[in-house]
Write a protein of this length. Sequence first.
Length: 206
Amino acid sequence: MRRAIRAMAVATALAVTLACSNEPEDYSSKIAAQRALKDEMFASSSPESPVPADKKASLVPLAYFPIDEMYAVPAKLEPAAERTRLQVPTSTGQIRDIERIGTLKFTIKGRTMRLTAFHELDQPQITRLFVPFSDLTTGTETYSAGRYMELDPTPTGIYVVDFNVAYHPYCYYNAEYDCPYPPKENRLEMPIRAGERLPKASSSVP
């Protein structure tokens, strides 16, 4: 069993790679470049790739919804009055402890939404905010165990919640990974057709 904590390392590697290259200036090209780099990494034999060798041909390149800037919105983090802990079940039947950091409040398509940002307690420091979520595409157009986002902490408490970078947890590609399920409080009662999706011919774990 592997804990699904390598996504942060992958995200960091992608950010460094982009920073060292001629990063596109416009938003859509930047997201497309990030996706291309992720595909390259996942298709490789690198230990950072969660995709088993026998599944690379069917899973890579990854499937995505079209890039849509309407799904990249400003959000204010309302810090939790008390950082309470929550025990969440995982894909392998384990229990994972996560800590509430605060609530991200934002508006998308005219609707006010909220998502709780967490800290995974197996990580010694808060290097990124962990935002697992589900929505009305979950289980049909996207993986049945939800999707994740990670946000870099800011000193202002103002963030950009960008669903175009929402991704499937590693247990989607490989059942050896142990992935926490999104808690009920992070269920969005609207379809979020942005970010990673299932291949159109699929509706469950490949």
